[in-house]
Design a protein around this ligand. Structure first.
Ligand code: SIN
Length: 538
């Protein structure tokens, strides 16, 4: 079994991880661990764009106000201030490095999305913004000689010694590798796969949240799951996102009788906050006994639609839908976790040596509901900040050493040693892979049905009763990626459900049909931490 020593370990290679790698590379050796291909991250699939106050008609103060309003009273204002104030500089860095944002003439083109009061969403190649940002960051990181990558490697658990994080155990090719590091950054993205309907790629199984929880990190705001209103709903088609930017460019939602309905739910109609639009769609689906509604962009010029949304146009065409002529069947799906591993504005968690950035983290920047297109900006701003802070922490660790758990002493940073360390614990799972897959499917359905867009005490208690049947899985060790993912998804499902039960009121994306208003203590944050007695929610 192999051990590796590095200065900095980054787990996850989306926008936040790569941006952090660029800062850390200036201060030592960086190892970026990726569960799949390096391109498999939510960033790669992000369509709509990146919000930033860079247009002539915009100001950071207005971006601040819009973010706070969308967060429904639960944003941490210092975190939002950092986001909107540092956002422009981080975007200009990207442009310097060759990012090709769409332009109108010689000027950057900004589009509109829900709950923004200004056109401030930059986009690239129409609807492939995330892919363009990944292209630029991947090239940049590839040019840095101090950054190495380990792909198809799944983080198992963090190494914790005397309350500090000293790296992680990683599963690669059926072997556990021990990676020692002076500072470790989690940038593993979200947990959409916990739900049966999701826009997230298959890798988004909440791994970073779960391993941080097992290590004793505090998680916060886990009840706030954002559901995207418009996701393709067609037989045999994937759960493909239809960007909010389509509504920004005039797309109309219609029920199965072709009636437009959003004006009946909110004065901002199609551009109402995401949670309002998702619930309105569910109401129309129930009212019309249907499993979908339609998104209609057929009134816009066909050439405009093809040029503005080329990826959406070509993907839908594969499923026999010509979006310039046909209305698109859609229904909501889980999209983004506002909650996650609690950090300060420098990405530091409550565990020394452990940092988090991007969707896995909860800086409090999104409050109870994320403003559309703020997440790529968050990845850039907080990935950068976490990189700077982790480098400083690394410098404090005695030069040339990292903790060696086998002996309690230290080993040289450059040393790569063969160790006799076995997979911790003897509770190796004996679940057959068919059982594992059945539980995974049932778990995802349960979360969609009982802890979804509209929750209530009865549905949440029912979910908890069912989750408890699988609790034994949390005590098992797994030596396969699918097994580890199941354990992580189950951990996250418990955290979401416990937090949703604890919040007896409706705020932002957390809507309880038995408590439709905000409760009197609504301005608190709910946190989750592992104790010797189990999961503690406070
Ligand atoms: C979209 O393109 O609709 C997604 C943008 C986001 O979630 O911020």
């Amino acid at each position: 079994m192999q051990s590796i020593a590095t200065d900095f370990l980054i787990i996850g290679s989306g926008i936040a991880g790569l941006r952090a790698a660029m800062e850390l590379a200036k201060h030592g050796n960086v190892l970026v661990v990726t569960k799949d291909l390096p391109t498999e991250s939510s960033t790669e699939y992000a369509q709509g764009g990146v919000a930033v106050a860079l247009s002539d008609e915009d100001e950071v103060g207005i971006h601040f106000e819009d973010t706070i309003k969308a967060g429904d009273g639960l944003c941490r204002e210092d975190a939002v201030k950092v986001l909107v104030e540092e956002g422009p500089a981080r975007i200009l860095d990207l442009i310097d490095w060759g990012a090709e944002f769409d332009k109108e003439g010689t000027k950057l083109a900004f589009t509109m999305e829900a709950a923004h009061t200004k056109r401030r969403i930059l986009h690239a190649h129409g609807d492939s913004t995330g892919r363009e940002l990944m292209r630029v960051l991947t090239n940049k990181v590839a040019s840095l000689s101090t950054v190495r990558r380990l792909q198809f490697s799944t983080a198992v658990d963090l190494i914790i010694q005397d309350g500090s994080c000293g790296g992680a155990y990683v599963l690669k090719d059926n072997e556990i590798i021990t990676i020692y590091a002076k500072a470790t950054l989690l940038s593993t993205g979200g947990a959409g796969q916990v739900y049966s309907r999701t826009t997230n790629p298959a890798v988004a199984t909440g791994d970073g949240m779960a391993i941080a929880y097992r290590a004793g990190a505090v998680l916060e705001d886990m009840e706030f799951v954002q559901f995207h209103p418009t996701v393709l709903f067609a037989p045999s088609a994937p759960q493909f996102l239809l960007s909010e930017a389509m509504r920004g460019e005039g797309a109309v939602l219609r029920n199965i009788f072709k009636e437009s309905f959003m004006k009946n739910y909110h004065p901002d109609a199609e551009l109402a906050p995401r949670d309002v639009v998702s619930r309105a769609i569910i109401s129309e689906m129930v009212r019309t006994s249907s499993n979908h509604v339609f998104l209609d962009l057929t009134h816009r010029d066909a050439e405009f639609v093809k040029n503005r949304f080329p990826r959406i146009y070509s993907t839908c065409l594969q499923y026999d839908l010509n979006i310039t002529k046909d209305m698109i069947p859609v229904s909501p799906a889980a999209h983004y976790m506002m909650g996650g591993v609690k950090t300060d504005i420098n990405g530091a968690t409550n565990i020394k040596g452990l940092y988090a950035a991007g969707e896995v983290a909860c800086t409090g920047v999104h409050g109870a509901n994320r403003l559309a297109s703020n997440s790529l900006l968050e990845g850039l701003v907080y990935g950068y900040r976490a990189g700077v802070a982790a480098a400083q922490q690394g410098a404090e660790v005695r030069e040339g050493t990292v903790p060696d758990l086998r002996t309690g002493s230290s080993i040289a940073l450059s040393e790569v040693v063969e160790s006799g360390l076995s997979l911790r614990g003897s509770n190796l799972s004996n679940l057959r892979s068919s059982e594992l897959e059945e539980i995974r499917t049932s778990l995802r359905r349960l979360m969609w049905d009982r802890v979804g867009i509209i929750r209530c005490g009865e549905s949440l208690n029912d979910a908890m009763k069912n989750l408890l049947k699988w609790k034994y899985i949390l005590d098992m060790d797994f030596n396969t990626r699918r097994g580890l993912e199941l354990k992580n998804m189950l951990t996250v499902a418990f955290m979401i459900t416990e937090s949703a039960l604890a919040r007896k009121g409706s705020v932002g994306a957390h809507y309880r049909s038995d408590f439709k208003e905000k409760d009197e203590n609504w301005q608190r944050h709910i946190s989750v931490v592992k104790t010797s007695e189990g999961m503690k929610v406070s």
